[in-house]
Ligand binder design. Structure first.
Ligand code: BG6
Length: 298
């Protein structure tokens, strides 16, 4: 049978749908100010390059591209929980959104930008999951000199619901051991490598000298990845009060089958999120939009 994923009735010339790695449907964007690739699996942006610039996102060369696995790199969407689901040890880490094929509902050119919209609603499978609620998720990806990612969740239940979310952004760096992340100074964090103990805020930017896995809570601040080799990036955010910073370092990378043994030096995750004490509560019919805006620093 010919390949025919559901696509918007009309697409601008800068957008095409094809088959990507593993035969999964992918949306390819070649805009005037930037190019990008977005898999319908997870609505996962796996590549973004501003015009005249370098690729900003990191994607593992050993990633799986399978309907029931998460893609390792780009921007996985973690929803409706982050990490392990409390009280549901067998539930998939980081929720079902990154494991589910989203609908591609719209693509428009807006000036020099290309704006794409993806949708995920509840299904019998999600209603049987550890988060069984009725909802609609709309994800708007704006590709241009900046990459803007907006995740809008609407509660379709007749009662209030809560959820966690993260735009789990994998950034390409030259060597993480030379990188700093600025913007989180003073913010206390939960150290995931020390049983989620709370550590006081530091006065200096984050440096990487070992495995790092921190959830900064109660921070709306923009973060800047400072890479002396030229891969510096700012991440501004709206309606996000948590920021996760992660690098697996050597031993953890070796233990992951979809992460190359040596690849950990070339990436860092700075994740725009609402987690744990910052989780989102929505009344019936209410919506919430969390936004991350990435810009390469020249
Ligand atoms: C990070 C978490 O966000 O994601 C880490 O803080 C986790 O604890 C990492 O190891 C990767 O998670 P996963 O499920 O994609 O392997």
């Amino acid at each position: 049978m010919p390949f025919a994923p559901p696509v918007p009735a009309s697409l601008p010339a800068s957008v095409e749908v094809g088959l990507g790695s593993g035969g999964l449907p992918v949306v390819r964007v070649a805009g005037r100010q930037g190019s990008a690739e977005i898999y319908l699996h997870g609505a996962q942006v796996t590549a973004w390059t501003p015009a005249g610039g370098r690729p900003v996102l990191w994607l593992s060369a050993t990633s799986r591209f399978l309907p029931d696995a998460a893609i390792r790199g780009g921007v996985p969407i973690c929803f409706p929980w982050f990490g392990a689901k409390a009280g549901a040890p067998s539930a998939a880490a980081h929720g079902f959104a990154r494991l589910t094929e989203w609908e591609f509902v719209d693509a428009q050119e807006a000036g020099d930008d290309v704006v794409l919209t993806f949708r995920l609603g509840d299904t019998p499978a999600t209603r049987a999951s550890a988060w069984p609620h009725r909802f609609e998720a709309l994800y708007t990806v704006t590709v241009g000199t900046r990459l803007a990612l907006a995740l809008r969740i609407t509660n379709l239940e007749p009662e209030a619901v809560t959820f966690e979310e993260a735009l789990h952004t994998y950034l390409r760096v030259d060597d993480v051991r030379d990188v700093r992340v600025a913007g989180l100074e003073g913010a206390p964090f939960l150290d995931q490598l020390a049983g989620l103990t709370e550590a006081p805020g530091a006065s200096e930017p984050v440096r990487f000298e070992a495995e790092t896995d921190r959830i900064y809570l109660g921070t709306d601040a923009a973060a800047t990845v400072i890479d002396p080799a030229g891969h510096s990036v700012t991440i501004e955010k709206r309606e996000s009060h948590s920021t996760v910073v992660w690098n697996p370092w050597a031993a953890k990378a070796r233990s992951m089958s979809d992460f190359g043994d040596e690849e950990w030096t070339g990436m860092v995750c700075v994740e725009t999120a609402n987690i744990r004490g910052d989780l989102v509560r929505l009344e019936p019919g209410q919506s919430h939009t969390m936004t991350a805006v990435l810009a390469a620093v020249a």
